[in-house]
Design a protein around this ligand. Structure first.
Ligand code: IVH
Length: 791
């Protein structure tokens, strides 16, 4: 084949590929390759066409910008075309741009100085948001039409959809706006909005998006605008289209005028003089890129003076007065070389992608998380695949998509090992137990677990690293590497073995000398009397963080009680839900864990054990217990009615016959209660919970209830105005749990008033009487002082 023939074949291939990618990107909002890869293909085609101008055709993707409108939407002709921007990747590209601008404006700019530098041009600097371009048409200040860019001349009518974007004004504010004003800008999704959307899509079994741009595009171009309305879209304006009327004569002047009329503009908008200041801006934003609440793929520089913009004009479909200075791409293609499995602290066996190293957003990436096997299945990823890797913000690199048309014939499925790669124990799939309405449904979980527990080196290492960490047992001087060495050399098999270590054993460890060994021994010794909360946290119970550990310690105040507590009893604790309660209960029911805890109890002297926390002791009622049994058709109100009818006695309730029940409840719940207690297991469970409440001294009939011991006992509080973070009901509940009475009106006897925005006469009265007033933030802080969180 001749050179020209080879070029022609390659050109044809590139054109058909690019057409396909264009279609996927612009019409389907489902690109199959990252932008950076698209750019490379596009540039390859451009270069080939430059070498072989005879092969250029009018329908080549290089001759066309953007894409067709999706036919389902109406068409909108753009009076003023919506153009794209030229790109600068390196500093020199930007300097070349500035030089071309100055050359183009030679007649306007003051003559050069002695060094031939010439005067510098003023540029507006804005982030280049990664979303999709939108045109908004305002007539007499009213939003009358919204459109996508489409191919730049014709877009899609998305008027209904843009009206659902919260920060797009439907009406311009103030005065002085032109009678016809077309505002242009980017519709985008913040990182947080994107994460939220994907999480809820995942939960509802819907389609997730690879990145915020796709999510924004997919959400805005919905045929059903009620879906768009639910998506966290935002708008940022960066320019104008057609105008009938007066506007300022600089770009920044116009943006500021638009801002005054209610248009959102970028907070990062700045002016820069000359290429150097532009580059400063680029570097500054580049450093803050990961911390911005939204994704950007570069910055845009525009000649600020509009007369000069007109003078410079356009080349092909790009303005000569503006340029996009791009950042290193946050998505790249690479090959999945292997999937390895890592074992974590709780034995979870998680897949990790080993990649052909690739630079993503300026950092070399060789590994990426695959989360769990559900994620592997969702991605449909196989070993050998070409995958899109995304590294955005400070998040760990992720595999977001497989490029299916590049799958090699010998691609291999990802399989979970049957045996733990570290200890060889059996790997089993966890079960997902959902509990609701008193019923348990069991399904297969996404997580696989090595059953080896602390016999598994990986789990033992992680468990000990957690055990000694600062917020847990706080044993200073024992780094991760030393823990690994201790485990690898068989010197410790359980956290309790730490307390048997000798000076001779430690001094042999890498990096240890005489002094550091003595220090470590002293640190271990010093940790022998942990507070209960620290000890509980140090155990590494799944889903039990520092806060929950504190709650457990403060409320139950003894390891013995915590070990025995039934899940339902645990749910009396503030902020402990049923799932966590079951995790805690299962942890302590496990015989292996029991052995480890016994060993620890022998070497430790756990502090802070004693009387049950007062607020906890007072938190039970028969109605609450009935509620916790989750009997179908019996809600909190039904539970209260039953408790009252049967004199707060579970015994009487259990002895009730259908007629007794029917006197208080309607037929359906009465049947439900009868059927529920007809099952021996349910009766036993109710009795066991009650017995434990008695045993712990927190039964509603217990003598030991120390209500007067509550911190706010005897106080009267009033809530007024609207509370924004904590609802009034919850605030009331929390205050009552601390022993306070919550009243509806302010008097001299009122201890304290919590006043939110909109508070009126009650606040005035409080001020008049000199009653203490807290705003919501102060109130939450006060609650925190009593160990009550906002959740
Ligand atoms: S100005 C003639 N400013 O980038 C100038 N564009 O490749 C037209 N974009 O389609 C665009 N942020 O979707 C401009 N601050 C900004 C921008 C921006 C993002 C997008 C826009 C446009 C593409 C240009």
């Amino acid at each position: 084949m001749t050179d020209a023939q080879t070029a022609a074949t390659r050109i044809a291939q590139l054109r058909s590929d690019l057409d396909q990618h264009n279609y996927r990107y612009h019409v389907l909002d489902e690109p199959s390759i990252p932008d950076a890869e698209y750019d490379r293909l596009f540039h390859e085609l451009k270069a080939l066409e430059a070498e072989h101008p005879e092969l250029v055709t009018p329908d080549s993707p290089t001759q066309r910008v953007g894409s067709l409108a999706l036919s389902a939407f109406g068409e909108v002709k753009h009076e003023v075309p919506m153009l794209s921007l030229g790109n600068a990747f390196a500093e020199d590209d930007l300097r070349d741009f500035d030089r071309r601008v100055r050359e183009g404006l030679a007649d306007e700019l003051p003559a050069g100085d002695l060094f031939g530098g010439g005067a510098s041009v003023e540029y507006s600097c804005e982030p280049k948001l990664d979303g999709l371009a939108v045109s908004l048409l305002y007539r007499d200040g009213q939003l009358v039409r919204g459109a996508t860019r489409g191919d730049g001349s014709t877009g899609e009518d998305i008027s209904v959809n843009v009206r659902t974007v919260r920060n797009i004004p439907l009406k311009l504010q103030g005065t002085g706006w032109p009678a016809v004003l077309e505002v242009r800008g980017e519709v985008f999704m913040s990182r947080a909005g994107f994460e939220r959307l994907n999480a809820s899509q995942l939960e509802q079994g819907g389609k997730t998006f690879a990145n915020p741009r796709n999510a924004a595009a997919g959400s805005l171009r919905q045929l059903d605008s009620s879906i768009t309305a639910k998506r966290p879209l935002e708008f940022c304006c960066y320019g104008i289209g057609q105008v009938q009327g007066e506007l300022p004569d600089t770009h920044v002047g116009i943006l500021n005028a638009l801002k005054a009329w209610g248009m959102p503009i970028s907070r990062e908008l700045k002016l820069a003089k000359g290429a150097d200041e532009c580059l400063d801006y680029y570097r500054d934003i580049g450093e803050r890129r990961d911390a911005l609440p939204y994704e950007i793929d570069g910055v845009v520089f525009k000649v600020n003076n509009l007369a000069w913009q007109r003078e410079l004009g356009f080349r092909a479909r790009e303005p000569r007065w503006a340029i996009a200075h791009k950042f290193p791409a946050s998505e790249e293609l690479t090959e999945l070389l292997a999937v390895e499995f890592q074992v974590g602290r709780t034995g979870a066996v998680t897949p990790v992608a080993r990649l052909r190293p690739v630079k993503v957003a300026g950092v070399m990436v060789a590994n990426a998380t695959l989360h769990n096997m559900d994620e592997v299945a969702r991605l449909g990823v196989m070993v050998g695949d070409t995958v899109i890797i995304r590294r955005a913000g400070d998040v760990i690199p992720q595999v977001v998509q497989v490029v299916l048309d590049r799958r090699p014939a010998d691609a291999k499925p990802v399989e979970v090992p049957q045996n733990c790669p570290v200890c060889g124990s059996h790997v089993e799939r966890t079960q997902l137990i959902k509990r609701s309405k008193g019923r348990e449904t069991v399904s297969e979980g996404a997580v696989y677990r090595c059953v080896g527990r602390l016999a598994c080196g990986a789990q033992l290492k992680q468990a000990i690293i957690h055990f000694v960490s600062r917020r847990a047992m706080d044993i200073e001087g024992l780094g991760d590497k030393s823990v690994e060495q201790l485990v690898d050399e068989g010197l410790i098999h359980s956290p309790a073995d730490l307390y048997k270590l000798t000076f001779e054993q430690i001094v042999e460890l890498e990096g240890f000398a005489e002094l550091s060994s003595k220090n470590l021994l002293a640190a271990i010794e010093n940790s022998r009397k942990p507070e209960l909360a620290r000890f509980i946290f140090a155990l590494g119970i799944p889903d039990v963080g520092e806060e929950t550990a504190k709650v457990l310690a403060r409320s139950l105040a003894s390891l013995q009680r915590i070990k025995q507590a039934l899940p339902e009893v645990l749910t009396y604790l503030p902020d402990v839900g049923l799932e966590v309660a079951y995790e805690i209960h299962e942890f302590f029911s496990d015989s292996h864990n029991q052995t480890v805890i016994d060993q620890l109890e022998q070497v430790l002297d756990i502090q802070g054990q004693g009387e049950l926390g007062a607020e906890y002791a007072a938190s039970t009622t028969l109605a609450g217990l009935i509620d916790k049994l989750h009997i179908a058709s019996v809600g909190p109100t039904g539970a209260k009615t039953l408790a009252a009818k049967f004199d707060e006695s579970l015994e009487k309730l259990l002895a009730a016959d259908w007629l007794d029940l029917r006197q208080t409840l309607s037929e359906k719940p009465a049947n439900a209660v009868r059927d529920f207690f007809a099952v021996a297991e349910n009766r036993d469970r109710a009795l066991k919970i009650e017995a434990q409440l008695r045993d712990f001294g927190m039964h509603w009939q217990s003598e030991k209830r120390v209500v007067e011991g509550l911190p706010l006992a005897g106080q009267t509080w009033v809530l007024t105005g609207s509370l924004e973070i904590m609802s009034r009901d919850i605030a009331k509940e929390k205050l009552e749990s601390l022993g306070a009475k919550v009243a509806g009106s302010v008097s001299a006897k009122t201890t304290c008033v919590v006043a939110g925005p909109g508070a009126g006469s009650k606040l005035a009265k409080a001020n008049e009487l000199g009653v203490k007033v807290l705003d919501e933030a102060e109130f939450l802080k006060a609650l925190e002082g009593f160990g009550i969180g906002v959740a």
